[in-house]
Each structure stands twice: as structure tokens, then as C-alpha cells.
Ligand binder design. Sequence first.
Ligand SMILES: [Ca+2]
Length: 196
Amino acid sequence: MLRPCVVLAIFCFSTGLAPAQVKTTARENLAPNPSFEDPDGAEGTLPDAWNFYPEKTGGRFGITQESAQTGKQALRIKATGALNGSEALLNGIDVQPGDKFTFSAYVRNSKSDPMDKAVTGMLAIEWTGAYGKEIGRLTGKSWDSRLAKNRWIFVSIDTVEVPKGCTRAVFGVHLTEAKSGGKGSFLVDDVSIVKK
Ligand SMILES: [Ca+2]
């Protein structure tokens, strides 16, 4: 069976559309509300379209206008002081083994509420199979209290292949707190999930 992208390419060539348009379609950002501009909200408002862990967000996540990589808003992810605390901004996508993805975002330490040494952040992709069973997890390079406060830093997990048996991938921006619990927050903007 022809893959959808091959079918699309044949269709475009047969109708005379430029190959550049195929390229644009193939690089669609699958992250919802990727720049956290919706809703146009007050500090602390939850952004549209995303999922969260834990589901009872408890002030961990919220739109901020402290800084923005693009637009006028970003997302703040805040430590709560919970011992071994863990929280994440999540988006799940149905996938097929062999699909390839690049997952990226811009992150920045908060000037008004900086991360302390007990707080780290990272990108992660969780691969799940039948009945939602986790079959693997991939993490990017973590960031900590040394993360810049005066500029946005690009972080990514580049071109990873969906493993055998995986039907859904959950893309997440994670904050973890040490045994003692942490304080502070980092900002996230322009999340990108692109199928190669
Ligand atoms: Ca933004």
C-alpha cells in the first residue's frame, strides 16, 4: 500500500501543484495552541487544548505575560514544594510504528519566580501500546536552575522513530522536584511536534 505522503505527492504532481506545498503540509505542527496565545488570559489562566498531569492542576500551570518567545503569552510551569513532585504539560497523538517525530520547545527561567536547585525540567515522549500500556519513554537533555533568565533556550528531541507495538505517543514538558520538594518556575513557548 502506498503511504499517504507518497499518494499526496503523486496527487500534487498530477494536478500541477508545486512540491513546496507538499513540504509545508508534511511539516504541520501537531501541538495544539503551541504559543499559548489562547485564551487571551490573565496570569495563571489554563491554556486551551492541552492536557496536564496531574489532572487537578492546582496552580502548577498558567498563562503568563512575563515574557514570550512569540506573541505576548507563554506558559508558566511552577513547582509546588511537593516531595518528589512531578508534573507535566501533555499532548497525545495517535501514531504508527516507523513514524518519525521531532519534538521541540523554547524554555526560559522565570525572572520573578526562578527555579531553585531542587527543580529540573525536560522534554519527554512516552510510547504507549494497546490498552494504554507504556512500552517505552524517551527523554531529552534536562535543564535546571542555571537555565537563562534573560533569553529563550531552544530544546528538542530530534527525529525519533515510533517503536514497534506503539499506537500512541504522549509528548510532554515535565517539571520534577527533588526529594525535598522545589520552588520556582520556568516558562515554555512555541512547542512544536512535527512528523518527518
Ligand atoms: Ca507565545
